[in-house]
Ligand binder design. Sequence first.
Ligand code: 13P
Length: 339
Amino acid sequence: MTRQDDLQATIDDLVQEGRGVLAMDESHPTMAKRFEPIGVESTEAHRRFYRALLLTTPGLGKYISGAILFEETLTQQTDDGQALPSAAWAQQIVPGIKVDKGKIPLALSPGDLITQGLDGLGDRLKTYREQGARFAKWREVYGIEEQAPTPHGIEANAEMLARYAAVCQSEGLVPIVEPEVLMDGGHSIERCAEVTEGVLHAVFHALHRHHVVLEHILLKPNMVLPGKERTQANPEQVAAATLQALRRTVPAAVPSINFLSGGQSPEEATANLNALNQRGEDAPWLLTISYGRALQQPALHAWGGKNENAHAAQQALLKRARLNSLAMRGQYRPEMEND
Ligand code: 13P
């Protein structure tokens, strides 16, 4: 198989109607933050148990086509000794890997952030591929303030995402390109729309400059939402604003848009995805998920660090995955939460 065939095969396995991506690639500090409210210490053993539980949920593959893993997870095993990437693939869930090394302030550019991790990326990808990863993820982060993100910050971040995506494709891994405009703050939905549009515009220019093949990426954007400190918009408003920003900036060659949840509640994230798909005729791409918190939160709380709750946790994950799958077809109704 050529590199291009490899990339296309991965796209074919990931991009399927009614299925989406599970983000479970929390770094150690983030995992500690997620475990803290349920009173679980973030040890290697606890992370392994919890993540093995997620990946071996019976029936999960019906709704989930890919899982973004953290480095450590690639080398961990289930209780009966199966490597976690193989356990995922056993139900046709493609294993992927988060490859960025987190964000820092962009030097001399107050309010802007930048993500690290390009040095040595090609070599790291070779190792991850041997360990079973077939796609990758890199996240750039943009906080909304009065003067931020700046035009220079937007350009610098776009350049990083494009360089990462080019290295991934040259190593045969499908890049998930994630520019996340944060929900934090008191800004309006119109301001989020303006920033999101500017960010995506710069990202696709940079991808073009870097010869990235758009048919072989997934885009993982934020939805266009008002800041967290404001009253939230209804799903129809979110869908209209989000689709407008995407249609203005994302070429139809991109096969799939996999939204992040970004701090929305699980129910909000599902209802918003549903509204997006009800307007699906406006979209040349598949509109699906790459949710972290909005898929995992109920499962994490059902587990609560107690091994005897593993089944309940898997059922909670499966329920969210199933409801999001319905939302991918525009067939979700809030009453279904009580079924
Ligand atoms: P959330 O859905 O919790 O925002 O996480 C998605 C993700 O992978 C962020 O990089």
